[in-house]
Design a protein around this ligand. Structure first.
Ligand code: GDP
Length: 458
């Protein structure tokens, strides 16, 4: 589907840089290139996928706006599947805006967010899951998340969805073949379709990748809690290696939560120090703090910090009680000082699998072990293979869950001797759910919503 208008956008982030890139895509891209670009060499061959040196000139041809390198990608062998022009100019926002205005004067329309990717999708250069992979790769916060995004962009998920489709289509073919003869076919003769069992297993294993992959893509949240003065801020500062913590306003509370991001074994870890939460002084503050606790209840790991150099108190025990159902880790701090209590005195409050560590936030003792335990406790499968098919996107997860329900229902309908139309209906639904992931079948509103969340110029 080739669209009639030619779009343009700045593809690099706003701000000053050595180089900035402006993209143009659509049927007029080359014609516009010949008007805005004056090659240094008069006999420029204007070949596709080549880089040419020259001047960018104003639409009226009178003013040189910048010296640049430009490339042309002839359709269909371009990112969008259309004719594409890319201008590598100097990365000054004023220069780039001026060139952009000239491109508009020459007939381009400013691109909407994600519109280049949307065109790539419409022109079958990538499917929807690959377009989403591209967006998540750009936003990735860890090297592993980039690798997962890249593998998806190269089609790891698309391939697995294709395999699943083939299994379901084969199963459907066998079942539908019996539909016209149902009156003659006893229910027990309706094919059991091993493909359905096979598809069920593959859907389950693909869904199982979500948790681990999400840890690499979105990271984990770790809350440091404990009564005042046990060393929460010191721990945050030592872990992040910063003297001063970053303070973030969390809506709904009059106090601040202190948060910072670190990377442990390739996993982005968002650390939250609850030191800013104090006893509420009034009803509004109470409500705000309740909201904060609600947010903290969703943490992947809660570090309960205790002061090993001072006797354990009722307040410490209350904090343990309050959090004991979460994924907790006890860190006894200030072990550089003489101990004031024995670990055994809290053992009764904890389930046996809870780890107890001895650390010194001030001197950094025991922090490597603490970091390893934080990440290992979240990575149940420990290592993941970024090259194999895996899912990181909530939309994909939901579609796969629906497809799994469909194939299970189909199987039950066959086992219960229902007419084969029922199983066929469920398998068609499963296929529709898979097709939502790749965008083979998806409604326009959802499509627009997905692409509009992409950045401009992508
Ligand atoms: P918070 O109120 O829980 O955030 O506690 P802080 O991080 O502000 O620390 C309270 C006090 O304990 C400060 O004087 C820190 O220097 C001290 N402190 C923190 N960690 C250690 C430690 O490992 N050893 C010693 N000796 N003092 C510590």
């Amino acid at each position: 589907m080739l669209l009639q208008d030619t779009i343009t956008a700045i593809a690099t982030p706003f701000g000053t840089a050595g180089v900035g890139i402006i993209r143009v895509s659509g049927p007029q891209a080359f014609e516009i290139a010949r008007r805005i670009f004056q090659p240094i060499h008069a006999n420029c061959p204007w070949e596709t996928h080549n880089l040419y040196h020259g001047d960018i000139i104003s639409a009226d041809g009178k003013t040189i706006l910048d010296e640049a390198l430009v490339s042309f990608m002839k359709r269909p062998h371009s990112f969008t599947g259309e004719d594409v022009l890319e201008i590598n100019c100097h990365g000054n926002p004023l220069i780039m805006q001026t060139i952009l205005s000239e491109l508009v004067a020459l007939g381009c329309r400013l691109a909407q967010p994600g519109e280049f990717s949307q065109r790539a999708f419409f022109n079958n250069r990538i499917d929807l899951s690959q377009a989403e992979a591209l967006a998540s790769m750009i936003a990735a916060k860890s090297a592993k998340a980039c690798a997962i995004g890249l593998a998806q962009l190269k089609g790891s998920l698309t391939k697995e969805i294709d395999n699943l489709r083939t299994l379901l289509i084969d199963a459907l073919a066998m079942i539908e073949a019996t539909i016209d003869f149902t009156d003659d076919v006893p229910a027990s003769d309706i094919p059991q379709s091993p493909q359905i069992d096979h598809a069920t297993l593959r859907l389950q294993s693909l869904l199982a990748t979500y948790r681990s992959a999400k840890i690499y893509t979105e990271g984990i949240s770790v809350v440091i809690t404990g009564k005042p003065n046990v060393g929460k801020s010191s721990l945050l500062n030592t872990l992040t290696g910063k003297k001063k913590s970053i303070v973030t306003d969390i809506p709904g509370t009059t106090r601040d939560l202190i948060t910072d991001m670190i990377n442990i074994k390739g996993v982005p870890v968002n650390l939250v120090d609850t030191a800013g939460i104090r006893e509420p002084k009034d009803a509004i503050e109470k409500e705000g703090i309740a909201l904060v606790w609600e947010n903290l209840a969703n943490a992947d790991v809660v570090i309960i910090l205790l002061d090993g150099s001072k006797p354990i108190t009722f307040e410490d025990k209350e904090i343990i009680q309050k959090n004991k159902n979460g994924n907790i880790l006890i860190a006894i701090n200030k072990t550089d000082l003489p101990p004031a209590w024995a670990t055994g005195s809290i053992a009764g409050l904890l389930s046996p699998e809870v780890k107890i560590l001895h650390i010194s936030a001030k001197f950094g003792t025991g922090l490597e072990e603490l970091k390893n335990i934080i990440v290992d406790s979240c990575l149940s499968e420990n290592s993941i293979d970024a090259d194999s098919a895996m899912i990181t996107n909530m939309r994909h997860k939901m579609a796969l869950e629906n497809a799994l329900t469909n194939v299970r229902t189909a199987k039950n309908n066959i086992l219960n001797g229902m007419s084969p139309e029922f199983a066929a209906f469920d398998l068609h639904e499963a296929l529709d759910n898979l097709d939502e992931i790749t965008g083979r079948k998806i409604n326009d509103e959802i499509l627009d919503k997905i692409f509009s969340s992409f950045c401009i110029g992508k």
